[in-house]
Design a protein around this ligand. Structure first.
Ligand SMILES: CC(=O)SCCNC(=O)CCNC(=O)[C@H](O)C(C)(C)COP(=O)(O)OP(=O)(O)OC[C@H]1O[C@@H](n2cnc3c(N)ncnc32)[C@H](O)[C@@H]1OP(=O)(O)O
Length: 273
């Protein structure tokens, strides 16, 4: 299965906790980080600012809560975003191809997708293990690397789910004889949850957060394309109130560029503002 462009626009203020939502999930047994072991996945040095390493802080404040937080992606998340994307959409790839794929994804994200004027794009991440929230965030509001926020925090958590929402309208039906792009309709893409964390309501939470983001941008509706042969995703969106839109016969509606044999279900939901 293939997906389409991913990028982010990001949180302007480090301490604005209104941008974060969290919820508890019930794990059958005590949860540990899936791949941390004794070393957290992102061990970066903050020596320039005289601070200790993220791993040391994680050791000092071990994660005890299996809480999931949905927030906007930051620079520090980019590798795990690429990893979540590739392992979910291309699970059949093994080393070294999977590594090449992740690198390709990473470069694509960091190279950035330029946004047309006035458009918004945000990558949301569901993270686990962010035991003390976003209270310690470093970096400047002005610094952007590709589509990612140039900020990072000491206890970033581990990315288990991703979603991109934008107002670029590349894949929405055009209007008028001049085939102008639509406005006021947000578009969801690249929804993925790591396999071990599925069926815990993470995707539902990401979609709900995307809807509230779209509302905050003034959108009146939200849309997406979903592979016809993906019953899990179809059920997810139907359950969240999305309805399939019948494409008129012969209509030239833009579709995500994937393999030619892929058939998409175009789904939409009105947002109650
Ligand atoms: C617009 C797009 O990006 S479409 C692309 C969607 N992404 C993918 O297909 C990538 C691979 N798949 C995944 O990453 C995940 O399976 C997702 C994103 C489809 C679902 O993520 P999850 O976190 O497991 O979904 P979540 O737990 O929130 O489930 C919500 C609902 O979706 C439906 N659902 C999710 N997975 C399944 C499944 N395997 N079988 C049947 N229904 C399912 C159910 O109705 C579920 O509600 P319920 O648990 O109360 O019955």
């Amino acid at each position: 299965m293939r997906s389409f462009p991913l990028g982010t626009s990001l949180s302007p203020t480090p301490l604005n906790t209104s941008k974060i939502s969290s919820f508890n999930i019930n794990f059958k047994k005590p949860t540990t980080f899936p791949s941390w072991g004794s070393t957290p996945p992102h061990e970066f040095s903050l020596s320039q600012s005289g601070l200790c390493r993220a791993s040391q802080v994680a050791d000092l404040f071990p994660t005890v809560s299996p809480e999931i937080i949905v927030r906007e992606a930051r620079l520090e998340d980019c590798w795990e975003v690429a990893e979540t994307h590739c392992s979910s959409f291309f699970p059949e790839y093994s080393f070294p191809l999977d590594f090449v794929l992740r690198m390709d994804r990473l470069v694509a994200m960091l190279a950035g997708f330029t946004l047309p004027n006035g458009c918004k794009r945000t990558c949301l991440v569901a993270v686990i293990g962010n035991s003390f929230g976003e209270t310690i965030v470093f970096g400047s509001d002005d610094l952007k690397v590709g589509g990612f926020d140039g900020k990072f925090s000491l206890n970033k958590g581990y990315v288990v789910g991703i979603l991109t929402v934008d107002t670029v309208a590349d894949f929405l039906p055009r209007k008028g004889p001049l085939r102008q792009k639509r406005t006021g309709i947000a578009y969801i893409s690249n929804v993925a949850v790591r396999e071990k964390f599925r069926r815990k309501g993470i995707a539902k939470h990401l979609v709900a957060k995307a809807e509230s983001k779209a509302r905050s941008w003034g959108c009146r509706a939200i849309a997406l394309h979903c592979d016809f042969r993906n019953p899990a995703a179809t059920k997810l969106y139907q359950g969240q109130g999305f309805r399939s839109i019948k494409v008129p016969a012969g209509a030239n509606w833009p579709q995500p560029k994937t393999s030619p044999d892929m058939k998409f279900n175009f789904m939409m939901k009105l947002l109650n503002n």
